[in-house]
Design a binder for this molecule. Sequence first.
Ligand code: GLN
Length: 485
Amino acid sequence: MNLVALTIHDASDKLRRREISSVDLTNAVFQRIDATDEKVHAFITLARESAIERAQQADARLRSDPQVSPLLGIPIAVKDNFLTRGLKTTCASKLLGDFMPPYDATTIIKLRDAGAVLIGKTNLDEFAMGSSAEYSAFFPTHNPWNLERIPGGSSGGSAAAVAADQCIAALGTDTGGSIRQPAACCGVVGLKPTYGRVSRNGIIAFASSMDQVGPLTKDVRDAALLLKALAGHDPADSTSSTRLVPDYGTALNGEVKGLRIGIAKEYFVPGMDGLVQQAVRDAIRKVENSGAERVDIGLPYTEYAVAVYYIVATAEASSNLARYDGMRFGHRAEARDLTETYMISRDEGFGPEVKRRIMLGTYVLSAGYYDAYYLKAQRVRTLIKRDFEEAFKHCDVIVAPTAPTTAFKIGEKIQDPLQMYLSDIYTISANLAGLPAISLPCGFDGDGMPIGLQIIGKPFDEVTVLRTAYAYEQATEWHKKKPTL
Ligand code: GLN
């Protein structure tokens, strides 16, 4: 049996039936990492010893109380911007190169309480700023489907690790597409929950009004399982919702009869890859054939989404990153006085993309420009949100591409930030409006690179998003394809 290829739900069944042990599964995952990570470079840090210890504890718990959680004994990788107590957390930045967090993120505690086995921390664009994982201060991650291509970003390490069977599932964060876009590039499932559904406590902040934690998995059922474990109110995050967490498992009945799927013409523009467009249109037809009804909707403010996002996100980032001053944590440079210490620590610690964003964000917030840029962007953000409110009067979910192209070549866009920013054109709006959205595989391009289908839902309606995704997945075989490494 190829243990590493298992999904959470399959592995969990086998663990309960005692056909396999968590220690076997965890060892298999580390063997797979040893055999493949020289090529993929998905991981920044591995937690071998603590993982085996956790796996042993899980095996003991499975013997005494097998009914606990479907995550019990499951090896999971986590993006390196989640605080993990006693396990290095770098955010792929030199600034936090050897930072040891004093506490765990709420989501890490939830995983641990469920009995999951944390195997290591995955690569990302520095401070989650990017769309290709190339802005990591350490090394780029390579796409398991073609090692010369990017895995997407910023959760590129997590997506590549899932695609390469280096873990059973992974966690990422999504501020403007960083779970969905890498999921699309690597042919896996990635879910960004509604803003406030999952706690952000202990996630290294990038743009606090948009950051969300979510799962990257091998299928839709696993995404539902992980969301169930992660979601819920957290007193340590004032923006987390007190709404009850539904049983996402009930969404997985494959039933979409009568469901109204909205198609926005703004999401099918010239300039997008022809094969991506074709695959997404085929997918829409497939969902229609299962009994869903297609509704044409308009999202007229979509054209401003990228501009609005890169004002709001950079403004928030410039404020969030002000804490890295070389004093309280992270890299501290040798300098003559305090001001110089701040300046040199930041200069040495941050990479070029992070600096670009801090400068842009500081600029749009500064007196004289605040009204013209930041305030205006916030206003347009409201209009984008209203677009969705209006559209959702006529449909239950919106189906769209996840990204305009498949994974591009490493190095292709690194010198051209604007081109890089356009990779997020279809994912950003869901963050600006706080909506849940999933990406799942819907085909391959002529070079064999995976294509992602995006399904966006109403606030807190992850159930319908998952239901639609599951129905499509059941009708197709894309999610069963694996890269050869
Ligand atoms: N690619 C987007 C950016 O560079 C989104 C990043 C994210 O979602 N963390 O900001």
